[in-house]
Design a protein around this ligand. Structure first.
Ligand SMILES: *Cc1c(COP(=O)(O)O)cnc(C)c1O
Length: 374
């Protein structure tokens, strides 16, 4: 049996709507992007949405719209996909890391204040694996120190924190639509915000710095080509309509994993805070400390089970160490968790028989790869 790590869920309607765009002359800057933006803004309870060609582009435009630049610092988590922190570096600002909570794996609000300096401009929390970070204390700290919040919701569309949608807590937030995300546009992302200025600047900068009049060769500021095309936006619209069903299916798969994995000694299943509604992005376990994770991953791979060690600590990526002097031991919880995590196959239509195969193979792997030196 082969079970992939992830698989997009595309319907006939998804294919039809893209084909309809392809039979028109308008493949970019058209009605689909506008409609997609309206639908996402609605879903995230935000006034504005600005569609872009990736989650990374969205984060970059928010950082830039906030005027964050040379010499500034932004507080963020080292336990994330590297784009969250790279978006700070694109503008020559410094990512200052704060370690995570060992249970939720999100930035630990109790450690944030110690990391604030005179140069700090913003906090950039990430909702790791679809679980919202603890936004109430983060908002309180941000207010007290007059800092902006950039919400990396790229893994958390549809998640809630105290009943409010992820993406609506920061000065601006971003969702991402790469094919392994809960809904996909192929490549794509979208900024959500209630801040008119951020929306306006992002709209301009995604489109080569053009002004609101959209005169083709009038460029008011430095901009990029971060536009989302019409085919992608159409697919996003159609996928968004299915989001609730997708999230229910993913919650069921996660619950099935939880039940079956409880029988394997020492495996830590995801911990979900009571104040949140998950939007399951990936299903990540932690292996017992004495088990050689990389050997287990290799065994799973050899037996047709897709898996991945989510995440490698960002501060230990060679260019981060080189540029900022970060070293092993700087963020011990992130480092410890990172050495033990494994993302298992996870998608809407994962069958119980496939889950059984994954769990059985994992159990065999753990029992043959006990030692860290094996
Ligand atoms: C997916 C993701 C992004 C954005 O990724 P893109 O591939 O640029 O769309 C950003 N941050 C996190 C945490 C992500 O998981």
């Amino acid at each position: 049996m082969r079970v992939p790590l992830s698989r997009p869920d595309l319907s006939q309607n998804d294919r039809d709507i893209v084909m309809r765009v392809l039979s028109t002359d308008q493949l970019s800057i058209g009605p689909m992007v506008t409609e997609f933006e309206k639908a996402i803004a609605d879903r995230a309870s935000c006034k504005y949405a600005v569609a872009v060609n990736s989650g990374t582009s969205g984060l970059h435009l928010i950082v830039r719209s906030l005027g964050i630049g040379d010499g500034d610092e932004v507080i963020t988590t080292p336990f994330s996909f590297i784009a969250s922190s790279n978006s700070i570096m694109f503008e020559r600002a410094k990512p200052v890391f704060v370690d995570i909570r060992p249970d939720t794996l999100n930035i630990d609000p109790d450690r944030i204040e110690r990391a604030i300096s005179g140069k700090t401009k913003a906090i950039l929390p990430v909702h790791a694996f679809g679980q919202p970070a603890d936004m109430e204390p983060i908002r309180e700290i941000a207010n007290r120190h007059h800092l902006a919040i950039i919400e990396d919701s790229c893994e958390a569309i549809g998640a809630e924190y105290h009943g409010r949608p992820a993406g609506s807590f920061g000065d601006a937030g971003v969702f991402a639509f790469y094919p392994n995300k809960q809904i996909t546009t192929g490549e794509g992302g979208i900024i959500v915000t209630n801040n008119e200025e951020i929306a306006k600047l992002s709209r301009s900068m995604r489109n080569q710095g053009r002004g609101e009049a959209n005169t083709w060769l009038a460029h008011e500021r430095l901009g990029f080509n971060y536009r989302l095309d019409e085919m992608s936006a159409a697919l996003g619209l159609s996928q968004l309509k299915q989001l609730d069903g997708f999230l229910e299916a993913r919650a069921r798969v996660a619950e099935t994993y939880n039940q079956k994995l409880r029988r394997i000694d020492g495996v830590v299943i995801p911990h979900i805070a009571p104040s949140v509604k998950m939007s399951w992005f990936v299903y990540v376990i932690q292996l017992p400390a004495h088990v050689n994770r990389d050997a287990v991953a290799q065994y799973l791979d050899e037996h047709g089970v897709g898996c991945r060690p989510y995440f490698t600590p960002i501060h230990l990526q060679p260019f981060y160490s080189r540029l900022f002097g970060y070293k092993r031991g700087d963020y011990p919880i992130t480092e410890e968790v990172s050495s033990r995590t494994l993302a298992l196959p996870f998608f809407n239509r994962l069958l119980e028989a496939e889950i059984d195969y994954v769990v059985e193979t994992l159990n065999n792997a753990i029992h043959t790869k006990q030692s860290k030196t094996a």
